[in-house]
Design a protein around this ligand. Structure first.
Ligand code: M6R
Length: 364
């Protein structure tokens, strides 16, 4: 079943261009150049606030979606870990929309949060990969990902497919809210349709990242930094590395580093910086200088423009294609997945079945 791949995780990382394209097919009308939800008997334009709830990697997809809902559709989004949401007595607006994100559709805390919201009269939308799951059955608005079965315990292709659905949902919201005109919608559709090719371009760096993993494997701690929608990617990169290589890793918003974590930086701490070029790039460059001044070793993941400006003096660089901000989080997921994967291979850990972890967490 693994074909020519060594591990399911590796196979699933490489499936991403195909499964993201498959997923987008249900959310895009390429000829009309519009986004469309599969089943929408619900007036999304009346929604004034979205509550998004998930766990683990799916929670990081929710974090990215918050940036998109707010930036593109001007709809405020509250996000929370399901295990926190359930017990904090959340204030829910009457007739509000609650969105749950889950690969398995069975995660106990997320399912309990869903049932709580249902009892509170919220409309339940679900982004889920298993169409027969409990969450899929209990949803009012089912937004499936078409990633196919994900076997590796570390989530990879389910995450990028979740992002693809959430990007389409944010664009749909934006259209219904009058924030995007047809030409802008067509532009977004074009960029979303480019995502599979950009994922392929990111995957082309596999050998280079495999070599780089030898620089990461000896580390005791690794920091990941990102800004805006790439901040959740820093958290995701750190989670992937922890899960399968057992190296301690933390993700931070780039600008937060000087408020504490910078105390950890020395020559032994690799710092992975996720920074597509753009209006905030300069800010990240100054954060990188703070790291460098303390001897920190930087791996910069950026596009050609970003690397030309700030690549010098880095321990290593990985060049991503230049992409629209809406698809950057999908594309930048690839190098952090590959870096975790190859680091785990160097360390010889059990990539598909990491210690202490289950694929689906069906207990509280
Ligand atoms: O099936 P779910 O998406 O609800 O699962 C949520 C988390 O348990 C899951 O993402 C977990 O964090 C993964 N091991 C991450 O790689």
């Amino acid at each position: 079943e693994k074909g020519n791949y060594r591990h399911f995780m590796q196979k699933e990382i490489f499936e991403q261009p195909t499964v993201v394209a498959q997923t987008l097919q249900s959310y895009i009308r390429p000829l009309e150049q519009t986004v469309a939800l599969p089943q929408i008997d619900f007036d999304i334009s009346a929604v004034n606030r979205v509550t998004v709830v998930a766990c683990g990697t799916s929670y990081y997809a929710a974090m990215v979606a918050k940036y998109w809902f707010e930036q593109f559709a001007r709809v405020p989004a509250d996000i929370d870990y399901a295990s926190e949401f359930r017990y904090r007595e959340p204030v829910l607006e009457k007739g509000g929309l609650a969105l749950f994100i889950s690969q398995s559709g069975e995660t106990a805390d997320t399912l309990a949060a869903l049932r709580h919201c249902k009892a509170e009269g919220q409309t339940i939308a679900v982004v889920v990969n298993v169409p027969t799951s409990s969450m899929a059955r209990e949803a009012d608005l089912l937004l499936p990902t078409h990633a196919g079965p994900e076997i590796g315990v570390a989530s990879t292709k389910a995450f990028t497919c979740q992002l693809a659905v959430l990007a389409a949902l944010a664009a749909h919201f934006a259209v219904r809210k009058g924030c995007l005109d047809p030409a802008e919608e067509a532009d977004i559709v074009r960029h979303l349709l480019e995502a599979p090719a950009c994922l392929n371009a990111a995957l082309d760096h596999d050998d280079e990242i495999a070599a780089m993993a030898h620089l990461i494997a000896p580390a005791r701690d690794v920091l990941y930094l990102g800004r805006g929608p790439d901040f959740p990617l820093a958290l995701e990169g750190a989670l992937k590395l922890k899960e399968i290589s057992y190296i301690h890793a933390e993700g931070y918003a780039s600008g937060e580093m000087k408020h504490g974590p910078i105390a950890l930086i020395d020559e032994s701490v690799p710092v992975i910086v996720l920074a597509p070029s753009g209006p905030l790039f300069e800010k990240t460059v100054s954060n990188m200088q703070e790291v460098r001044a303390r001897g920190g070793k930087i791996v910069l993941i950026s596009d050609a423009e970003g690397l030309a400006e700030a690549g010098e003096g880095c321990m290593a660089t990985i060049e991503m294609p230049k992409v629209h901000p809406l698809i950057a989080p999908l594309v930048y997921a690839v190098p952090v997945q590959l870096l975790a994967y190859h680091t785990a291979c160097v360390k010889g850990t059990d990539v598909d079945q990491p210690r202490n972890l289950a694929k689906s967490v069906t207990v509280e």
